[in-house]
Write a protein that binds this ligand. Structure first.
Ligand SMILES: Nc1ncnc2c1ncn2[C@@H]1O[C@H](COP(=O)(O)OP(=O)(O)OP(=O)(O)O)[C@@H](O)[C@H]1O
Ligand SMILES: [Mg+2]
Length: 337
């Protein structure tokens, strides 16, 4: 699949915008605030069915009643996404079909590379969870559904904990649900990290040309222990009194974190800025490979302001590793390739 045209109406600052892709790599350059990220956001929207940074209401150009994105593919297929403010309703038009959600068949994997990803190693645990959840969610619809269910159950358990006259028995059904989904989610996270680790050091070395060892780990309440629903449930039950005082759930996969290890030490603090960047670039390549292997579709790569941030060796690595993907690159100044 190759994107040929992108047409926007009332999408963020773009009242009207049209882009024709002549080659597999498209350059979008412009001043700060000219709407570059918004174009990537629109592409993401049509490939994944939703934005990576906001809800539809915020995307509609201020004062407008709707937004519309139309993407034309090389094979003549067209996918249109329309959001109407008054009805608070989004519709996808594919061929002559209208649907509220993007049909699975038209979902397309995306590797998004944002400037903030370069700080992933030292970012907050929440940001790292979000990062890997986005990746896992693309790998498996089951994962995103289970995570959504988990978060809903967690919210309900927390609300219950804050209520008056709560007793142990009332939390039981939420505990059972959190334990079941929590184990399933943690399993998927561990398996994903294991697959990434198989390639991470090698990929890193191909970019950085040195002998460092890179390793990723899931850390958190479940680290090291056996993954078992019964154990998870007992942990939740044992903490009931404490959780009631705290007003939230103090055990579970919502407190997971990911650690980057550099030659066996915490990378945050021991690896240099350049080394950290090579680690992240390596991670992106692996994501693209994993998505392709799992879904059989070559991901579209969106590089938002990062290309010009990288040195020549890492830029070359990006071009080489993504040469079979369709790539969109934004930058403030012109980019030499
Ligand atoms: N709903 C909206 N309606 C109108 N304008 C909006 C809306 N949402 C955002 N904007 C504006 O659109 C402009 C473009 O935003 P965008 O993030 O796409 O710019 P950018 O070119 O990526 O900028 P930068 O180089 O700083 O990253 C910004 O000025 C932003 O304030
Ligand atoms: Mg931007």
């Amino acid at each position: 699949m190759i994107i040929k045209t992108i047409k926007l109406n009332n999408f963020r600052c773009h009242e009207e915008y049209f882009l024709e892709c002549e080659k597999s790599t498209a350059m979008i350059s412009g001043e700060n605030g000219s709407g570059k990220t918004s174009i990537l956001e629109a592409i993401y929207e049509i490939l994944q069915g939703r934005s990576f940074r906001a809800v539809d209401r915020e995307i509609v150009r201020r004062g407008a009643e709707f937004y519309r994105v139309e993407m034309g593919y090389e094979d003549g297929e067209r996918v249109i996404g329309v959001y109407e403010v008054e009805k608070d309703k989004k519709t996808f038009l594919v061929g002559d079909k209208k649907t509220a959600r993007l049909p699975k068949k038209y979902k397309y994997p995306v590797v998004l590379f944002e400037p903030s990803d370069l700080n992933l190693v030292s970012a907050s645990p929440g940001r790292r969870r979000e990062y890997f959840d986005r990746f896992l969610g693309q790998m498996s619809e089951k994962y995103s559904n289970s995570l959504a269910k988990y978060n809903k159950a967690l919210k309900q358990r927390n609300e219950l904990l804050k209520g008056e006259g709560v007793d142990f028995a009332m939390a039981f059904s939420w505990n059972v649900m959190l334990a079941r989904l929590g184990v399933e989610i943690e399993k998927a996270r561990r398996e994903m990290i294991e697959r990434v680790n198989r390639k991470l050091t090698e990929k890193y070395r191909s970019i950085a040309e040195n002998k460092d060892e890179i390793w990723l780990e899931v850390s958190g309440d479940l680290a090291g222990g056996e993954l078992e629903e019964g154990r998870y449930l007992r942990e939740l039950e044992a903490r009931f009194e404490r959780d009631r005082i705290l007003g939230h759930t103090s055990f579970g996969i919502h407190r997971d974190d990911y650690r980057f290890l550099f030659n066996g030490k915490e990378a945050d603090g021991s690896a240099s800025r350049g080394e950290v960047r090579s680690m992240i670039v390596a991670l992106k390549f692996i994501e693209a490979q994993e998505l392709y292997m799992k879904l059989g579709k070559k991901p579209v790569v969106l590089l938002d302001d990062v290309f010009s941030e990288l040195d020549e060796a890492r830029q070359r690595a990006l071009v080489k590793n993504f040469k079979e993907n369709q790539v969109f690159i934004t930058s403030v100044g012109a980019v030499k390739m």
